[in-house]
Design a protein around this ligand. Structure first.
Ligand code: SF4
Length: 192
């Protein structure tokens, strides 16, 4: 640990940008950084500098332990209204017959197929289609929680949130507030 400490102290001391060095000192002294300082790190910090600080904190807090959960995935559909250029996952609406569109019952069957299995989370992400709206996901998540209350739900990408909130005529804040009152709905990222 001491070697790690001198290593990171050296990196911070040699950082030529005074603002980054000051933030580094705060990190070394376990002081919480401000959102504005996070922005400075994002805009001005090199990947190696930010990475070294992050790794030092992680190692200090958790040593070399790595944590993971046991989850299963549900992808409601691979058909999507959008056509992001990097996406190799989705089928366009005009090729809808090439894809799948699960009903709520079909997805609950997937959830139930894990009954008795040692899983802690269901991860739900898919394409964007009108039938998968706020009402649909509200009911779906409530059904999951009713069936298996302890199961953590991690669901939907930012683009899915954007679409369903816009379609429902609610702001991000209203959608998330509504969400937090009723179920556990955590923003998830998917690389596709
Ligand atoms: S990345 Fe997501 S939103 Fe974009 S086309 Fe693929 S499934 Fe649709």
């Amino acid at each position: 640990m001491e070697n790690n400490d001198s290593f990171i102290q050296n990196i911070v001391a040699k950082e030529p940008n005074p603002a980054l060095q000051e933030i580094g000192q705060k990190v070394l002294h376990s002081q919480r950084i401000l959102p504005s300082e996070g922005l400075i790190l994002f805009e001005q910090g090199s990947l190696s500098y930010v990475g070294a600080l992050a790794n030092w904190i992680a190692t200090k807090m958790h040593d070399h332990k790595v944590y993971f959960n046991r989850n299963f995935h549900i992808e409601p559909t691979n058909v999507c209204l959008y056509s992001c250029t990097f996406c190799s996952y989705s089928r366009l609406i005009k090729k809808r017959s090439d894809g799948w569109e699960y009903t709520m019952d079909q997805m609950m069957d997937i959830v139930k197929s894990y009954d008795g299995k040692d899983v802690t989370e269901v991860h739900i992400v898919g394409g964007v289609l009108p039938q998968y709206d706020l009402k649909f996901y509200t009911e779906f998540f409530q059904q999951i929680k009713k069936h298996r209350p302890e199961l953590h739900i991690k669901a939907l990408t930012p683009v899915e949130y954007h679409y369903i909130f816009k379609k429902a005529g609610v702001s991000y804040e209203e959608g998330n507030e509504n969400d937090q009152r009723k179920w556990c709905w955590i923003l998830a990222w998917r690389w596709c």
